[in-house]
Design a protein around this ligand. Sequence first.
Ligand code: PHE
Length: 348
Amino acid sequence: MENLNELSEVISQIKEEITNGIEKLENSRMAYEFRKSFMDNKAGKISALMKEMRNIPGEQKAAFGKGINDLKNWAAGKFEEIDAALKAKEAMARYESEKIDVTMPSVKPELGNLHPVTQIRSQITDIFTSMGFEVFEGSEIETDYYNFTALNTPADHPARDMQDTFYLSPGFLLRTQTSSGQIHVMENKKPPIKILSPGKVFRSDDDATHSPMFTQMEGLVVDKGITLSDLKGSLDTLVKKVFGEETTTRFRPSYFPFTEPSVEVDVSCFECGGKGCRLCKGTGWIEVLGAGVVNRKVLKNCGIDPDEYSGYAFGIGIERLAMLKYGINNIKLLYESDLRVLKQINEN
Ligand code: PHE
């Protein structure tokens, strides 16, 4: 470019190009790109004009520069205008599409609830922790020693047949009872001991009321002068809270190798109040758990002096309690995750 005439021609061309181009712009993104193609410091067509300055004779330089500047201002105005118009259009479109009808009925959220086994487990935990018990969670894989031998059940003991055991290897097994936790606790803690040990246990057993995996809650208290009546007091408190204020317990003699004496604990039937019904099979009582005074041999096995200390222990089957409380007749219903069943049981 060599003079002002040529420049004014180029300016009119660019103006025309911009005027026509602007009409075709559909959105602010396009507008941005279009603007860049003229105004960009490096590649913009208008910016490029400035470089022509060195070919222009001295006396025309000022007018040439002014011409380009005017064009720049004019173009900037145009671009601003179209940018604002397009952005406003886009905002409108967004408002339209995001419009909320506050009169629409809401979508009802599906609310879940805790599993019945979890509910019973936390009810029992709450009751006993309020009496000062601590929770100890043992492991599901145990050695023969913790599950049996230390609990006064040596290898040839007939009581091993009471629980069909899943052995993993000769020395290791899936615990058949949370009682194994008693040993871990007593090995690691000096009396007074007051613990609650919930968890899964495993037995090769399978029918409407038995499952190969189920949940137990162990309780263990060891201190000076603990007797069977302390056990009775704690369990009475438990059943009143779980089954209602009218409920009481009765102890029947039983046998467990790790307790002496051992008892089977019945609750008075919370369905008929003890008169006799289908649930209690006419007896007025329902068996709920096993318990007893900790065998002296078990205390000794854990390095606790049985002449100084005594204790009680109990083991509750959580599923059994849940089935009784909620009227469930098949234990499998508790493992099938059928929402029609689970939704009916919501106490928490
Ligand atoms: N562990 C026993 C069982 O599973 C229950 C139990 C626990 C009995 C503690 C007495 C004391 O059958």
